[in-house]
Design a protein around this ligand. Structure first.
Ligand code: PEP
Length: 253
């Protein structure tokens, strides 16, 4: 069975004491999060080492990084390597979030290298894809998202693609309060699953969790997660409130 995942992307929010307070609020809710749901939080990188210590007895809660470079070490000032993340016990890493594609010019080839490097060090890439509003409106969004996935992921051998998580995040829904409808999201998730099936076979395609992201909240998660190819959520704003994030984790039917 595919993993159900709820992952919180804290982005560049919260100072250190605020971030620790949110972590403590989450830990207080231990036992209230959805059963059989992998709960992941992705705080800012400077907090990862301390957080890894603080949650070492919390086997229900996992850490993800928001970014990593593809080289192991060396003269890459400001970057973080998969080896460094691994040495902290980090389990997941976001790759290709639209904010990184837009603000830091991350292109398809760079993202392919990042995915490969993370898998080589046993960190699960959460590969983000999704179209801008003008792409949706011009009706070529299906081809656009498929190209993002094919160019950055489909060079992987089948056993490696099985180690990825994909997050479909329509950019027009991120941080806007305008969630994709369950039908809009399922359409793309279904297409991604079909493309994985035709390229890597049904067994592999059925192992890859596909998350939805974009203004997902406690009051809309249930409808989204009830769709056949939606395996959970990548949650931005709503992951900054412990109760709301917990409610989202309980939205699987
Ligand atoms: C995100 O940035 O990954 C995201 C889904 O943000 P939000 O939930 O705030 O739309």
């Amino acid at each position: 069975m595919r993993k159900k995942i709820v992952a919180g992307n804290w982005k560049m929010n919260l100072d250190y004491s605020e971030a620790k307070a949110l972590l403590h609020d989450l830990i207080k809710l231990k036992g209230k999060f959805g059963k059989d749901v992998e709960v992941v939080i992705c705080p800012s990188s400077p907090y990862l080492a301390v957080f890894a210590e603080l949650i070492k007895d919390q086997n229900w809660l996992h850490l993800g990084a928001q970014n990593a470079y593809f080289e192991d070490s060396g003269a890459f000032t400001g970057e973080i390597s998969p080896i460094q993340l691994k040495s902290l016990g980090i389990k997941y890493c976001l790759v290709g979030h639209s904010e990184r594609r837009d603000n830091f010019n991350e292109d398809y080839a760079l993202l392919a290298k990042k995915v490969k490097a993370l898998i080589a060090h046993d960190i699960t890439p959460v590969f983000c894809c999704g179209e801008q509003l003008q792409v949706r409106d011009s009706n070529v969004y299906r081809e656009f998202v498929m190209k993002q996935i094919e160019d950055s992921l489909f060079g992987l051998p089948a056993p490696e693609i099985a180690k990825c998580v994909i997050a479909y995040e329509p950019i027009w829904a991120i941080g806007t309060g305008k969630t994709a409808t369950a039908e809009q999201a399922q359409e793309i998730h279904g297409l991604i699953r079909a493309r994985l099936t035709s390229t890597f076979g049904e067994k592999i395609a059925n192992e890859v969790p596909i998350l939805y992201g974009g203004s997902c909240k406690g009051d809309n998660a249930k409808e989204l997660f009830s769709q056949k190819d939606i395996d959970g959520g990548l949650i931005g704003g709503a992951s900054l409130k412990a109760d709301e994030f917990c409610a989202i984790s309980n939205s699987f039917v």
